[in-house]
Design a binder for this molecule. Structure first.
Ligand code: SF4
Length: 359
């Protein structure tokens, strides 16, 4: 029987499993869990357990992190943006990005899948297709490596790396609980954000999890069906009206603010009519905040990066429609760590390992 990865469990899951399989020494579950999650090490000996008990703990439970393959850093005005590349047990690679938020605070953009099957036209990861889902422990491992191997002072987590988080709810929802668990990582729900391409079924499922303070943002990028279907194939399956309907139902708390991400693609979605369509889409959704993201041309550019004046003009149009807007500065371009750029060439070569990608 294989051992359970401690970092894929909540503290109470670990205590329960330990009680079942280690009747004589399960009482150490709480300090062992805290040590793994807050110090990044699994050392049952340090609690004075005898050799037999330590061997029992090590045979029933494990703590192994993926191999850190590379770290690439891009110095910016507000701090360095760094991308780490991890090699998983099966040899596939996955990436996470540490983004400076100012005042010494950092957000870790984590991956939820190797590759992605959503196929968004502007996204490097989308070019890979889906290789496989990440497990809960592989998601948590990204934070543990960032904090304990690299010393990155991560405060917030956003599921906006490789993959569509709501396409992998079976691992992402437990990961949210592990991140939020007071017994270990204790990251407040308000510091966790799920970013989705607009996965209608996934949004509905998220609403049923009882995680009322978690943040949700959707990638809109176009507010007319013809263009959105071209940019984001998911729109052919679930159009804007269906996305709008599920978002109107998604009201986890009174002061909930939906994030609406809009990647500005010059000549494609930056006309005045596009801004008006965004406002039309958002109007029935309650409180929203539009995050305007200037396009980063990757290795297969869809168009050029927008000029500052074009970004400012689009923001002006949105604000004139009554929408609150924040421009998200583009960070990490030179290390392919910017939005839509994850899945660098070495990771994309992993496609040749493609075996049985779950649907
Ligand atoms: S933008 Fe997100 S959902 Fe779309 S292909 Fe890229 S990783 Fe997948």
């Amino acid at each position: 029987m294989s051992s359970h990865a401690i970092h894929g469990l909540t503290g109470s899951d670990l205590a329960e499993r330990a009680r079942a399989v280690l009747p004589r020494c399960h009482g150490f579950a709480r300090p062992i869990y805290r040590q793994v999650m807050t110090d990044g090490r699994f050392d049952p000996e340090s609690f004075g357990l005898g050799p037999v008990a330590c061997r029992a703990w090590r045979s029933e439970f494990s703590f192994e992190l993926p191999e850190l393959v590379a770290v690439r850093t891009d110095e910016g005005d507000r701090g360095a943006t760094s991308k780490m590349v991890l090699r998983l047990r099966d040899g596939l690679q996955v990436e996470s990005v540490c983004i400076p938020m100012g005042r010494g605070r950092y957000t870790l953009c984590v991956s939820s899948q190797v590759g992605c099957k959503m196929g968004c036209a502007f996204c490097e990861t989308g070019q890979m297709g889906l290789l496989r889902h990440l497990t809960t422990e592989e998601i948590i491992a990204q934070l543990l490596i960032a904090r304990h191997r690299l010393g990155w002072p991560i405060r917030n987590i956003v599921f906006m790396g490789m993959g569509e988080a709501l396409d992998n709810p079976i691992n992402v929802f437990p990961a949210l609980r592990v991140l939020n668990d007071e017994a270990g990582l204790a990251i407040g729900q308000e510091r966790l954000t799920i970013c989705t391409v607009g996965h209608v079924e996934g949004i509905r499922l998220l609403g049923q999890q009882g995680l009322k303070r978690i943040n949700l943002s959707i990638s809109l990028h176009a507010a007319n069906d013809a263009l959105r279907s071209e940019l984001m194939p998911i729109n052919r399956r679930r159009n804007l009206a269906e996305l709008q309907a599920v978002l109107m139902e998604y009201k986890p708390r009174r002061n909930f603010v939906l994030g609406v991400n809009y990647c500005l693609l010059p000549g494609i979605n930056d006309a005045h009519a596009d801004a008006r369509a965004v406002a039309e889409f958002c109007r029935p959704l309650g409180r929203v905040l539009v995050n305007l993201i200037p396009y980063n041309p990757g290795s297969i550019p869809l168009t050029r990066a927008p000029e500052d004046v074009e970004v400012e003009r689009f923001i002006r149009w949105l604000r004139a429609e009554g929408l609150p807007v924040r421009e998200r500065a583009t960070k990490g371009r030179s290390v392919m760590a910017a939005c839509g750029q994850l899945g660098d060439p070495s990771t994309r070569r992993d496609r040749r390992h493609l075996r049985t990608a779950p649907a």
